[in-house]
Design a protein around this ligand. Structure first.
Ligand SMILES: Nc1nc2c(ncn2[C@@H]2O[C@H](COP(=O)(O)OP(=O)(O)OP(=O)(O)O)[C@@H](O)[C@H]2O)c(=O)[nH]1
Ligand SMILES: [Mg+2]
Length: 306
């Protein structure tokens, strides 16, 4: 590890917020590479994802968390646990909100902010709020009710208006985060951008393509696991299984004459080749595993340490 000056800061920043607020998009933009998968569907992120930003005087370890929401079931309670666990370890918390959604749906805003304010009242860590997706808001006046409500609920918290998608406001947010971090040496080598194992990232890339290609509830009933990985100097042979919970889901994932699975495989392979840095031969299998979302040991085996 490189020697550091006395004014170097390092710490952990947890990104929290409702599903679909843009947490993973923000993380990827900050890191400058894709470390977290993104989709237009809520509850895309299922585990705690890390992204590491190292600059001249600071190293920030970001924790991207599954969206905080209230739904039942074992998978969902694990998602919630991962989200709130992120807070305990964090030096700074950034609460990300979908400004566009709240400008359109005041009832959803009230419900979400009620839950979040309740929960965050007990948390002592420094907090910032980032209102995201302002690129979608043409007339900024419609963000006023949200600003007012945030000022009431979080009177001492600084609020930023950002667009994670086109980087608007991100540097301003980072400039406020850095002084709130403790002094200390970097925790990871400066060229490391995540703590996630490659196998997990590969499974996540495949899961993202499934989220993007499949509709309605189906993506929520899917899990991906890398089963085999053989590597030579020029080629990585990877075999992964897509688990579905019902037999009727299997032909949907495979598609007519295998076309959909082929497309998912091709799209995934291109991205996996980028992170692995060599040619990839990717083999995908679809297997039926009834009730996997309620199977705790299987759920844990899907995590980055699994
Ligand atoms: N217009 C616009 N869309 C955005 C912005 N940030 C994120 N999105 C979109 O919002 C959707 C959700 O983004 P994600 O980054 O997956 O959201 P998330 O908060 O990580 O969602 P979960 O992991 O499901 O909790 C995607 O379609 C993104 O492209 C933004 O600043 N502007
Ligand atoms: Mg996410």
């Amino acid at each position: 590890m490189t020697e550091t000056k006395g004014d170097f800061r390092s710490g952990i920043v947890a990104l929290i917020g409702p599903p679909n607020a843009g947490k993973s998009t923000l993380l990827n933009q900050i890191i400058g590479e894709k470390v977290a998968i993104v989709s237009p569907k809520p509850q895309t992120t299922r585990n705690q994802i890390t992204g590491i930003l190292t600059r001249e005087n600071v190293q920030i370890v970001f924790l991207d968390t599954p969206g905080v929401h209230q739904r039942k079931g074992k998978l969902n309670s694990l998602l919630l646990k991962a989200a709130w666990d992120g807070l305990v370890a964090a030096d700074v918390i950034v609460l990300l909100l979908d400004g566009y959604l709240y400008s359109q749906k005041p009832q959803v805003m009230e419900r979400d902010l009620g839950v979040l304010a309740n929960r965050l009242r007990k948390v002592k860590n420094p907090l910032f709020i980032a209102v995201n997706k302002v690129d979608r808001v043409k007339d900024k006046k419609i963000l006023l009710p949200l600003s007012e409500r945030l000022n009431e609920l979080f009177p001492d918290v600084e609020i930023f208006f950002i667009s994670a998608l086109n980087r608007y406001g991100i540097e301003e947010l980072l400039n406020k985060i850095v002084p709130a971090l403790p002094y200390g040496p970097p925790l990871y080598p400066e060229d490391q951008i995540s703590t996630l194992p490659l196998r997990f990232m590969v499974a996540e890339i495949i899961r993202e393509k499934l989220f993007l290609c499949l509709h309605k509830e189906l993506p929520y009933n899917l899990a991906v696991q890398v089963e085999q990985w053989e590597e030579s100097e020029t080629l990585a042979k990877i075999m992964a299984t897509i688990y579905v919970s019902r037999s009727s889901h299997k032909p949907i994932v495979i598609g007519h004459k295998g076309q959909l699975l082929k497309k998912i495989g091709q799209q995934s392979r291109l991205e996996i080749e980028e992170i692995v840095g060599k040619k990839v031969y990717l083999e995908l299998w679809v297997k039926i595993k009834p009730k996997w979302t309620e199977n705790t040991s299987f759920l844990l085996s899907l995590g980055p340490g699994g």
